[in-house]
Design a protein around this ligand. Structure first.
Ligand code: ATP
Length: 359
């Protein structure tokens, strides 16, 4: 598929602070692409460069094959949705959505057709005569969304659009945004610090930290094959355990010693010596003490948190190391108790192993 947005070697400074450090991303036509990372990593700065609100010091930006560096914001054909809605409090819902069309000197009849169509899409037609103060947060964000899409922009940019909504509404709205984006087939770049939201809505995600892109990939690639310790830790939760790696054949099949157990696994690259063994709580299997498999590690349940669908156990190994493990709570009599002794399968087939520096 054709690339719609090309971000090439972009750097942005605020005084001495390098907010963006050599960003390279290609975004495909019709793609839902998310910039994900902790506060201060540079997501909003990059979005603002795309919108034309900031100018980068280094690097180039292309939409289709047009060079955009010197094109002002109002000529970039972009729709934007912000966290704080940014709708006009003195205008009705209809007038808010019509605003951008009026500014473009579109005829009255045509404005009516287009606004009605956009309000239908966000399911707000019945509230078209209300003032924003008479709307809920979710409804106000739908007005902002309708206003962004009514101009039929080439690119839709969204900066934390769901942050001000409560948890249930966030889930409903993210599904609606995703469905609308797919039905309009509009290339969308979405900023969030919420990893679950990013996994749920995105075709691909760029995980950012300290002004750099750490990894670009589909949601499952980023979750199951994180390229470094930062990504593994930021997306979902994981256990990091000290490991000693021994390569045993040329095909990179290795034995990794973790908590005294010899685990057989396959590495992506040849490595030897100290490493970090990363395994997610839901990938760990809890076994009974009678299991004689020598690759299991002995431990004691020291904490249990019942979450309805699953239970999170904290298990302490004999070395003192603590890990988290999830188990589905299918039946009452399967729940484990604090003080229970168990054996733990650290599931080397699912684990990711980093070198000592976390790469
Ligand atoms: P958040 O999720 O908190 O919005 P973010 O990932 O969007 O964070 P940015 O707002 O892009 O991060 O900020 C990146 C870095 O640039 C931060 O160190 C921030 O302090 C700095 N920064 C952002 N805007 C400005 C500005 N206008 N002037 C000076 N420094 C800025």
């Amino acid at each position: 598929m054709q690339d719609h947005v090309k971000i090439k070697q972009i750097c942005k400074f605020f005084g001495d602070n390098k907010a963006l450090d050599d960003i390279n991303i290609n975004i495909k036509k019709g793609e839902f692409f998310t910039l994900l990372g902790p506060s201060g990593c540079g997501k909003t700065t990059l979005l603002r460069i795309l919108a034309g609100f900031y100018q980068q010091e280094e690097g180039n930006l292309f939409f289709e094959d047009s060079h955009m560096n010197n094109i002002p914001a109002h000529k970039r054909n972009i729709g934007m949705v912000f966290q704080n809605y940014a709708i006009f409090p003195h205008l009705t819902v209809f007038e808010n959505v019509a605003y951008g069309l009026k500014a473009r000197k579109i005829k009255k009849d045509e404005i009516k057709v287009k606004v009605t169509e956009a309000l239908d899409m966000v399911e707000l037609s019945h509230l078209k005569d209300r003032q924003p103060s008479q709307l809920s947060g979710g409804q106000q964000q739908r007005v902002a969304l309708a206003r962004a899409i009514v101009i039929h922009p080439g690119l839709l940019l969204m900066d934390e659009p769901l942050s001000n909504l409560d948890a249930k509404l966030r889930v409903k709205m993210r599904e609606d945004i995703r469905n609308l984006q797919k039905s309009l087939n509009i290339t969308t770049i979405y900023v969030t610090h919420d990893q679950e939201e990013a996994l749920a809505v995105s075709d691909r995600i760029a995980v950012m930290s300290e002004g750099k892109v750490q990894q670009i990939g589909k949601p499952h690639e980023i979750y199951l094959s994180p390229v470094n310790k930062f990504v593994a830790n930021f997306i979902g939760t994981t256990n990091f355990l000290d490991a000693e790696i021994e390569i045993i054949d040329s095909d990179k099949h290795a034995t990794v010693f973790v908590e005294g157990a010899a685990l057989k696994t396959k590495l992506f690259e040849s490595a030897y010596g100290k490493g970090i063994y990363s395994i997610r709580p839901e990938q760990i299997k809890i076994k009974e003490t009678g299991d004689a498999n020598s690759a299991l590690v002995e431990g004691e349940i020291v904490d249990a948190t019942f979450l309805g669908e699953s239970v999170v156990y904290k298990i302490r190994f004999t070395s003192g190391t603590l890990i988290s493990a999830h188990e589905h709570s299918i039946r009452y009599n399967m729940l484990r108790k604090i003080g229970d002794l168990v054996k733990v399968d650290l599931n080397p087939e699912e684990a990711v192993i980093f070198d000592e520096s976390g790469e």
